[in-house]
Design a protein around this ligand. Structure first.
Ligand code: ADP
Ligand code: MG
Length: 405
């Protein structure tokens, strides 16, 4: 099933001429299904809780909505987009810039922890006077609630991307609530993700006044599966993972590949091992400050270089598991199994964006253990995936060259 609504045209949504030009230049021929389903409602100012599978263009739903309806003459902050990682914040900012390219007076800024110092953010706010701000919860809370440098009393849009993961993280949730309380009651609330649990939905609805209609887009679990993504698993002892990884790297046609591991320590170890074997085009990416005082700068650089195709293998933690859209990534390898079905769906969605072909391979550790805070063993997670999606995941074949056929 193709997600493009061929019957639908961007020009039927009453979008500004400048936006239609930018949409065309971005190469969007038709709205995707989620865009076709939600744009009309979003453009009318409705409250939106929007679920659609990975890589199907949720970002453009809020970017086009905001750009079409925002007051570009204003020098007040009208739109706040909150994301769980700085990489995702930058990506959303870039989509505003790309689709807002022909709208001269739109000003978008991006604020997050570990990037520019707060003082620089404050200066930017005062001099640039952006109407749209994209950022991560902690830094935004600091700017809005603590330093009171960012005024949100004229806010018209309150947008949460990857909303479920932020609402399930108690710290982020608290920050978001504090920010929310500073904003006016009358505004448009929009939340996006590929996955929502019942409880995250309920929590999100508390942000919306009782008398307001909520337009909800939900998808059935079976529809969350990316049909063009080939998915494989293989049970093996921990000690054999590296051997199989190298076989895959040597045999398969990887453009770019994200290799997910469970910890930053493990990411470092794996990169070292790969380099020892002569694999040069590999780097690691994770949060924290393990790499010293310049960790955040290096993280940013690594991310940008990977985006720009400077190296082919990225060994990353869950930090890169959601939202990130890099079209050259055609392989995802779960070197360590994720700890839930949701995390699995998000991670493998990094390959096969826009429903293109991709391959995801998961290593399922055969030893039984639920240490390091994991709730389920690898095999339990695998069984959960197989139960939800029977016949979709196959055992990794002996002949790895068949993966690219
Ligand atoms: P999601 O947030 O749903 O995972 P994204 O918003 O990151 O997906 O979009 C995935 C990719 O699809 C991006 O590269 C985006 O530019 C592209 N895209 C979005 N809408 C369209 C469209 N209508 N036609 C073609 N490509 C699109
Ligand atoms: Mg997204």
């Amino acid at each position: 099933q193709i997600d493009n609504y061929n019957v639908s045209q961007f020009k039927n949504y009453g979008l500004k001429e400048e936006l239609l030009r930018a949409v065309k230049e971005a190469g969007f021929e038709h709205p995707t299904r989620v865009q076709a389903e939600s744009l009309t409602h979003a453009l009318l100012g409705e409250q939106l809780i929007c679920q659609a599978k990975a890589g199907t263009g949720k970002t453009a739903v809020f970017v086009l909505t905001v750009l079409n309806t925002i007051n570009t003459e204003s020098n007040k902050v009208e739109c706040l987009v909150i994301t769980h990682t700085r990489e995702l914040a930058q990506q959303a900012r870039d989509e505003f810039l790309r689709l807002g390219k022909f709208m001269k007076s739109v000003k978008v800024e991006c604020f997050y922890g570990g990037g520019e110092p707060v003082s620089v953010n404050i200066q930017t706010i005062e001099t640039v006077k952006p109407q749209i701000i994209v950022g991560t919860p902690g830094r935004l809370k600091d700017l809005i609630c603590e330093r009171k440098a960012l005024k949100v009393d004229r806010l018209k849009y309150f947008i949460l991307d990857e909303a479920d993961t932020m609402i399930e993280d108690l710290n982020m949730r608290k920050d978001i609530q504090d920010i929310f309380l500073k904003s006016p009651q009358e505004k448009q609330f929009m939340a996006f993700s590929a996955t929502f649990t019942e409880s995250s939905r309920t929590s999100l609805k508390r942000f919306i006044a009782d008398n307001k209609h909520i337009y909800e887009i939900t998808i059935k679990p079976e529809q969350l599966f990316l049909d063009k993504l080939k998915q494989y698993y293989m049970k093996m002892p921990e000690a054999l993972k590296f051997h199989y990884l190298r076989q895959i790297l040597n045999t398969c046609k990887l453009n770019q590949c994200i290799i997910f591991v469970k910890s930053s320590e493990k990411a470092d170890a794996l990169v070292t091992e790969l380099k020892k074997k002569g694999e040069e085009s590999v780097r690691q990416l994770y949060g924290g400050n393990r790499l010293g005082p310049d960790h955040q700068k290096m993280r940013q650089k690594t991310y940008e270089q990977f985006r720009n195709g400077h190296f082919r293998l990225l060994v990353a933690t869950n930090l890169m598991g959601r939202g990130i859209d890099i079209d050259k990534v055609n392989y995802v390898i779960n070197f360590d199994m994720p700890d839930s079905l949701e995390t699995y769906l998000h991670r493998v969605g990094r390959a096969g964006r826009q429903e293109t072909n991709g391959v995801a391979i998961s290593f399922v550790k055969s030893e039984e253990e639920t240490s390091d805070g994991k709730k389920q063993t690898d095999d339990e997670v695998l069984q959960q995936i197989l139960k939800q999606y029977p016949d979709k995941l196959q055992q990794l074949p002996q002949d790895l060259s068949t993966l690219d056929k």
